[in-house]
Design a protein. Structure first.
Length: 318
């Protein structure tokens, strides 16, 4: 009996591929770059499962092109790249990889926060450029972190992991999200409206999903609410922040700095953003630890395998 077919839109860590090969006839995008749209539409025509990335648009057109498709296994926590409602209408199971990347993404949010607070990247470039001539009392003065106020937008798994780290820095923790009443959070974590969070926080870290309601959740008005000394961190999704408004706020020093792992039009990053010294920019590496990516690959594989075998997958979305 022939194995069911799966198409993997880009090579994933070996543990995941090895697991897939136990069950599937595995076909992989041979190019070491995001698959082109036409190639993806052709590749899905005769497969039973699809393991895709957040850079792949799994929309109505693609779902209609995949006549045999039973499962979309998204190699990510976020799934705004998948038309879940249409997949459901076509009896296609959609899965993601939550939980396994929580701690590594929280680590990276803190790496960005610390790098921005203490101007680590600026100072590194200064030294490498041969400009360091000795200790100076005013050289690269940054901001303290200990005892300050951290505002978290989106208190899900990753937001809570960031908050736990903040406790070790003696920080006051404010948070904003759609459910003010939460019995799963420490009493010290204070829910507040978005305006108050922006006005009172020294650091703001975004961990909300990208939804229609959250598109440009932080725009010109919200950035104007922030302190001139405040620092914004985004490891969630780029379009949650109005990028043009953020650039203007940074250029005018209306806020002190930003640390960004995600961008509004990825992989494009505006030159104006790259030209700013008070921004730390990373190429969407929030979950990029060896341990985490291996776990993501295995979960994505187990999701697809479970669906094909008629079992309940570890992380089903519909």
């Amino acid at each position: 009996m022939p194995k069911p077919k799966i198409f993997v839109t880009r090579s994933i860590p070996k543990p995941g591929l090895d697991r897939l090969e136990e069950v599937f006839e595995v076909h992989i995008n041979a190019s070491d770059k995001a698959i082109e749209r036409n190639a993806l539409l052709e590749a899905v025509q005769d497969v039973d499962a699809l393991l895709c990335l957040l850079t792949d648009s799994i929309d109505k057109e693609l779902i209609d092109a995949a006549g045999r498709l039973k499962c979309v296994s998204n190699f990510a926590v976020g799934y705004n790249n998948v038309d879940v409602a249409y997949a459901s209408a076509k009896n296609i199971v959609v899965c993601n990889t939550p939980g396994v990347l929580t701690e590594s993404t929280a680590d990276l949010a803190w790496a960005l926060l610390m790098a921005c607070a203490r101007r680590v990247v600026e100072a590194d470039h200064y030294l490498r450029d041969g400009l360091f001539t000795g200790w100076e009392p005013l050289l690269f003065l940054g901001n303290d972190v200990f005892g300050k106020t951290l505002g978290i937008i989106g208190m899900g798994r990753i937001g809570q992991a960031v908050a736990r780290r903040a406790e070790g820095f003696g920080m006051k923790i404010l948070w904003h999200g759609p459910r003010p009443e939460r019995d799963d959070l420490p009493a010290a974590y204070q829910w507040t409206d978005l305006q108050t969070l922006c006005q009172e926080s020294d650091y703001i870290s975004i961990h909300a999903p990208l939804t229609s309601e959250n598109h440009h959740l932080l725009g010109e008005k919200e950035l104007a609410w922030m302190k001139a000394s405040a620092i914004l961190i985004n490891t969630a999704r780029g379009p949650i922040v109005d990028e043009l408004a953020l650039i203007k706020a940074l250029q005018n020093r209306e806020i002190a700095a930003a640390g960004l792992d995600v961008f509004e039009q990825e992989p494009a990053v505006p030159q104006a953003l790259m030209d700013l010294p008070n921004v730390v920019l990373l190429p969407h590496i929030g979950s990029a630890s060896i341990e985490t990516r291996n776990k993501m690959a295995l979960m994505a594989a187990e999701n697809a395998i479970a669906v094909i075998q008629g079992k309940e997958p570890p992380a089903r979305l519909n």
